[in-house]
Write a protein that binds this ligand. Structure first.
Ligand code: CTP
Length: 415
């Protein structure tokens, strides 16, 4: 048992910091978690202490820093007690070395011993940061895949200028995204509603419109607000799923605990979706993807009188939903794929035809001819169409549609 702990207090986050230059960002993340009402304890590797010292962590947490397994006065068995104390564990910045040790089950210091002792039911969030070549190294990528397969949640690094002046992937994700991922887990643990029906699942959600460039200032778009897809992503995270939200241009904030990948065109959305689907269990394609895109977008602003603005040649975009559906059973894995259908007439018949044509498991058919349903509205009137049935729902808020949809998806996965 750890000393000085109020067992009934706020959500408990164990922050494990590793030896990378991004440790200073872990200090700010810890402050954000504290401001959000979490109690944070810190375990540091020796390497991390070279970047941010004991005085900083102890001064800000008002508790002892855990770094030496034989010299932690708060507990006689620090790795077991710290691991058992936490409602959620955050590893940040996760170095290639610590991830390699986690993948192998090595436990040669307090941080790695604690990570090995974390109960399987405790969410573990990993936010890596390192040089681009270290990140892309086959060994690191294999370790990341192993850890993800074991159910750890990753807040993936982003591209940018790195401390070593290389430019590429490996930069720590924005600390708001990391904080949201932790709070998403804590929300699941602390919300009291106990709904962890999607815990351990990885879900890809597409949302919003796409913009297809005609020239640098003009594009073809549609009126999708992204509200439905965002409500689904948020509900998946609330139920404990690890969510990647591939979003076209919308003016909505990223839901808490969700990793958002911003895209612009249908081609970008296709690439990001295929990448995220590789290790997903469920895909929900709620985006209003453009069906056509200009064949030859101009690299300069077209002049209306001279450059045939009235004759834009269009080519068909790839159908993301159909492409994901075609690979859903690859590798012996059965992944569930859900699509939307915007219809103005013969709702169920058109949706059933779309279900068969695109090869998905469920179509959410949306009657966009009604004022209380469809683009921009806060409500939707939808019908679920699946292989052996149809369920017609009344007009509901988009949040409530998300709840009903995820209830059905969870039931389909169990059935
Ligand atoms: N969709 C997609 N990629 C595209 C077009 C559509 O993934 N290039 C997905 C949407 O996200 C949605 C579903 O396909 O889940 C149905 O979209 P909808 O526009 O209703 O259907 P279309 O395929 O465009 O068919 P139609 O125009 O004949 O209704």
């Amino acid at each position: 048992m750890l000393k000085g702990i109020d067992q009934a207090a706020s959500p408990r986050v164990l922050l494990c910091v590793c030896g990378g230059i991004a440790v200073y960002k872990a200090v700010e993340t810890m402050r954000l978690l504290q401001k959000a009402g979490c109690e944070v304890r810190v375990a540091s590797t020796e390497g991390a202490l070279r970047f941010v010292g004991k005085a900083t962590w102890e001064g800000l947490t008002h508790t002892k820093l855990a770094s030496d397994i034989f010299d932690y006065t708060e507990s006689a068995i620090p790795h077991i007690d710290l691991a058992g104390w936490a409602d959620v564990v955050l590893v940040m910045p996760a170095t290639a070395n610590v991830m390699a040790k986690m993948a192998c089950g090595l436990a040669d210091d307090l941080v790695t011993a604690t990570l090995l002792a974390v109960p399987a039911t405790t969410p573990l969030v990993v936010a890596p940061a390192m040089n681009v070549h270290m990140w892309k190294a086959a060994a690191t990528q294999a370790n990341v895949s192993t850890l993800r397969e074991r159910g750890m949640r990753f807040v993936m690094p982003v591209s940018g200028r790195l401390a070593c002046d290389d430019v590429g992937e490996g930069k720590l994700a924005p600390i708001d995204d990391i904080t949201d991922a932790v709070l998403g887990c804590v929300g699941t643990v602390a919300s009291g509603d106990g709904d962890v029906s999607m815990s351990g699942l990885r879900v890809l959600v597409t949302a919003g419109p796409t913009h297809e460039a005609i020239d640098p200032v003009r594009y073809i778009a549609n009126a999708s607000s992204g509200k439905m897809g965002y409500a689904i992503a948020s509900e998946c995270a609330r139920r404990g799923a690890e969510v990647t939200l591939v979003s076209g241009p919308v003016s909505l904030p990223a839901p808490a605990g969700v990793t958002r990948v911003d895209v612009v065109s249908a081609a970008d959305m296709r690439d990001a979706s295929v990448a995220a689907f590789a290790d997903a269990d469920v895909a929900i394609c709620a985006a209003a993807v453009a069906d056509y895109t200009p064949a030859h977008p101009a690299d300069h602003k077209l002049k209306k009188g001279r450059e045939c603005l009235d004759l834009i040649e269009l080519i068909e975009t790839s159908d993301i939903l159909a492409e994901l559906s075609a690979t859903k059973d690859a590798g012996g894995k059965h992944r569930l794929v859900v699509g939307f259908a915007a219809e103005t007439n013969d709702l169920a018949d058109n949706a059933r035809a779309k279900l068969e044509r695109k090869g998905c498991d469920l179509i959410v058919a949306n009657d966009v001819s009604r004022a209380d349903s469809g683009f921009g509205s806060d409500t939707n009137r939808v019908t679920f169409v699946f292989a052996d049935g149809v369920e017609e729902l009344p007009t509901l808020s988009k949040e409530e549609v998300a709840v009903r949809l995820l209830d059905r998806i969870v039931a389909m996965r169990q059935g």
